[in-house]
Design a protein around this ligand. Structure first.
Ligand SMILES: [Cu+2]
Length: 288
């Protein structure tokens, strides 16, 4: 226990180095002394977006993100306080963030086996600092993705990994044979126009009454859009950008466009709202 304590403390003092290239969609960020020290000096976890860090001629601006969690002993089922600090190339706190889909920062939390998903909006307390309390239900590894856009910068995704102590089992990630998921708000069918790597893919969600099967056209806006879709690869390396084909609508269909960057399994979480309640439907597809 002493050894472990020491490790946590040591890590907590190490500056956390996440270098984000805001000149391109993506960003890479390194781990912030979470769990395994070996990851401290490795930038670049998210591999998908713009990892060739040279956008010809475009001015690149570095951002630094620092993730910290309290307490250092992270236990399953206990509340953690996350602080996320965002600074510019000179280390000065970024002050202004554009509002995107009604929020300054969107935080996605995913467990290693993709079975746990959360989408929250940390509070901006000023001076580049966002705060969020999180309760992670089981032990194991989680990846956090923060989506934000400092004013004057490009849309940015930063990520980190957090290790939580406690029991856990890993659920296998299995491709859906039938792409229909039912909640008490809707039976949702997903059609994917193409699962070919590198091509344009259109995702069409169709909403039906879970009891009668009748088409639904009373979806409500969620975060200012017909829905919010997050897609992550099984290895947690790829966080896909997804755009609604039409921003607004009420059903029975909602369409989104994306591109699968590499072969493999992906989990797609669609979030929609009806009767004042947000519901989430997960699907698993295989790109090849
Ligand atoms: Cu959000």
């Amino acid at each position: 226990m002493t050894m472990r304590k020491k490790l946590w403390d040591r890590q907590s003092y190490l500056a956390v180095l996440a270098f984000i290239l805001a000149g391109m969609l993506g960003a890479c960020s390194s781990d912030s002394g979470l769990g395994t020290g070996t990851q401290l000096n490795q930038p670049a976890i998210a591999e998908d977006q713009g990892h060739d860090h040279h956008s010809d001629g475009a001015k690149e601006e570095l951002l630094h993100t620092e993730w910290s969690f309290q307490p250092y002993d992270r236990l399953a089922g206990e509340t953690l306080q996350l602080e996320l600090r965002i600074a510019d190339a000179d280390g000065e706190p970024v002050q202004q963030f554009d509002v995107n889909h009604e929020k300054k920062l969107h935080l996605i939390v995913i467990s290693e086996d993709l079975s746990y998903f959360d989408h929250v909006h940390p509070e901006y307390t000023g001076n580049g600092l966002f705060r969020q309390s999180l309760t992670l239900p089981t032990g194991g590894k989680y990846k956090l993705f923060a989506d934000f856009q400092p004013t004057g910068y490009a849309q940015t995704t930063a990520s980190t990994i957090v290790h939580v102590e406690g029991e856990h089992t890993l659920e296998p990630v299995i491709e859906d044979q039938v792409r229909v998921k039912t909640t008490d708000k809707a039976a949702v069918e997903l059609k994917v126009s193409s699962l070919a790597v590198g091509g344009e893919s259109e995702l069409t969600f169709t909403f039906r009454n879970p009891k009668s099967g009748a088409d639904l056209s009373d979806l409500q806006p969620y975060l200012g859009a017909i829905g919010h879709v997050v897609i992550i690869s099984e290895d947690l390396d790829h966080y896909l950008h997804v755009h609604p084909v039409r921003e607004l609508g009420s059903g029975p269909e909602a369409r989104f466009a994306t591109r699968f960057p590499a072969e493999g399994m992906y989990r797609i979480w669609g979030q929609f709202q009806r009767d004042g309640e947000v519901f989430t439907v997960p699907f698993t597809v295989k790109a090849q």
